[in-house]
Design a protein around this ligand. Structure first.
Ligand code: THU
Length: 127
């Protein structure tokens, strides 16, 4: 188990998911090797819920970090949980073609790349 996967599993413990009961953790490693964690934070209006991945990205960016290497995402599912569509758009824009490592509490893991998870993205190159 790499440190990044362990950090995502640990961040998952902080999830605030009283509506879905679906806890997610994320750990985003920047190019200096620092790790920025996130968990999902739900809201009674549902739509204002923030996913773990976006919390991790925005936490890092709000501290001035702009270059990232990889992200780990942890959820308790046998088929490993990938980032949702909204998170893929955000990850593509701010992190580019990084590695996306998925993990569950049983230690099952899989590593993907953003370019495969989010092909033919709409991004700033069209503007
Ligand atoms: N969720 C995440 O935090 N990340 C994902 O990649 C998938 C979904 C959260 C949002 C919501 O709080 C709960 O999981 C169920 O959708």
């Amino acid at each position: 188990m790499t440190e990044l996967l362990a950090a995502a599993l640990a961040a998952r413990q902080h999830a605030h998911a009283p509506y879905s009961h679906f806890a997610v953790g994320a750990a985003l490693e920047d190019i200096h090797g620092h790790v920025h964690t996130g968990c999902n934070v739900e809201n009674a209006t549902y739509g204002l819920t923030l996913c773990a991945e976006r919390v991790a990205v925005f936490k890092a960016m709000s501290e001035g970090v702009r270059e990232f290497r990889r992200i780990a995402v942890a959820a308790d599912t046998e088929t490993l949980t990938p980032p949702c569509g909204a998170c893929r758009q955000i990850l593509w824009e701010f992190c580019g073609d990084i590695e996306v490592m998925l993990v569950n509490p049983g230690g099952k893991t899989e590593t993907l790349r953003m370019k495969d998870l989010f092909p033919r993205a709409f991004d700033a190159s069209f503007l």
